[in-house]
Design a protein around this ligand. Structure first.
Ligand code: F6P
Length: 329
């Protein structure tokens, strides 16, 4: 397909925490570039690789058999140097040296903030693909990896439920989400958790104890409490400790699921969304969207300003929270 835009050469990178579906997005970006007769380069290790001139030329075959793989074949990093004006100047010089006309960044809000600065300081068109398991970006209903990560969490909690029931135990399970409770809310609802602690909602230790007393009165013999790592009470170990100090009801255990949530083969949902976003990222660049993010909104791919993804908020679905409370009695 002939490309009538000024953009002839693009580069793609993954940045920040990896998430399942990043490889499917790289594949879609590379193959769509080839389809539109663009030359395409991969940058290893995100902005760190850009600063260190770590590029690889890619073609349709470079991305064979990766649609099903977790992680990112381009690797990723969180670069401190790119936060500086000099770091971004070095990075831009390496793009310029290779005559790269536009950059595709697959990552979260921190990565997009970097891309936005690069665009403002050096004029290079940039487009973002939202990739983070946290789902905490404005301008998209879902980010790449969130669906897979929540399926991984659900599988783990289901297993913990078996042993919790067998021993009549109270389990506090900490899931990822530094600033947002999307993973906790979805997985808590899907696993029938008795309570879900999120950064977006204040539940005090005393509130939780009242709920536990209600549990005891209705003869619940085991319970799961899902705690988002960013919850204001301070993580699963802290919540468990503070509850135990005041109310010793069931034997208590804590599980922190950690980085297991970030790995694994992407779900069907993430693979399809990544493929759609990758195609639209390149088509958007060719159509002049030079400082935007592609987002998945009501089953369509839409463009929004990068600045919206960086500073805007993605509220949790209060209805899910309400439902989870009704069903946890
Ligand atoms: O941003 C995604 C995320 O997985 C967060 O949920 C978590 O707090 C963070 O990354 C962990 O980052 P790292 O792997 O650098 O420790």
């Amino acid at each position: 397909m002939r490309n009538k835009s000024d953009i002839k050469r693009i580069a793609v990178m993954t940045s920040g925490g990896d998430s399942p579906g990043m490889n499917a997005a790289i594949r879609a970006v590379v193959r769509t570039s080839v389809y539109y007769e663009l030359e395409v380069f991969g940058i290893y290790r995100g902005y760190a690789g850009l600063i260190e001139d770590d590029f690889i030329e890619m073609n349709a075959r470079s991305v064979s058999k990766i649609i099903n793989q977790g992680g990112t074949i381009l690797k990723t990093s969180r670069s401190q140097e790119f936060r500086t004006v000099e770091g971004r100047k070095n990075a831009f010089d390496h793009l310029k040296k290779r005559n790269i006309d536009a950059l595709v960044v697959i990552g979260g809000d921190g990565s997009f903030a970097g891309a936005d600065k690069l665009h403002k300081e050096h004029g290079i068109p940039v487009i973002g693909i939202p990739g983070t398991i946290d789902n905490d970006l404005a301008g998209t209903d879902y980010t790449l990896g969130y669906d897979t990560a929540t399926n991984t969490v659900i599988e783990s909690i289901d297993k913990i439920r078996d042993t919790a029931n067998s021993h009549n135990r109270l389990f506090f399970i900490e899931v990822m989400g530094r600033d947002a409770g999307f993973i906790a809310l979805r997985t808590g609802l899907a696993t029938g958790a008795f309570s879900i602690l999120l950064p977006e909602e204040d539940i005090s230790i005393d509130d939780l104890i009242s709920l536990l007393k209600r549990n005891k009165a209705t003869h619940k013999t085991s319970s799961i409490i899902v705690v988002a790592e960013g919850d204001a009470n301070g993580g699963a170990y802290e919540v468990a400790k503070r509850i135990k100090e005041k109310y010793n009801y069931l034997e208590t255990k804590v599980t922190v699921l950690g980085h297991v949530q970030r790995g694994g083969s992407p779900s069907a949902f993430d693979r399809v969304m990544a493929s759609r976003m990758g195609v639209k990222a390149i088509e958007g660049l060719l159509a002049g969207y030079d400082q935007h993010m592609v987002g998945f909104v009501s089953d369509t791919i839409q463009y929004s300003k990068l600045s919206n993804a960086i500073t805007g908020s993605h509220p949790i679905n209060e209805e899910l929270l309400r439902i989870s409370k009704i069903l946890s009695i």
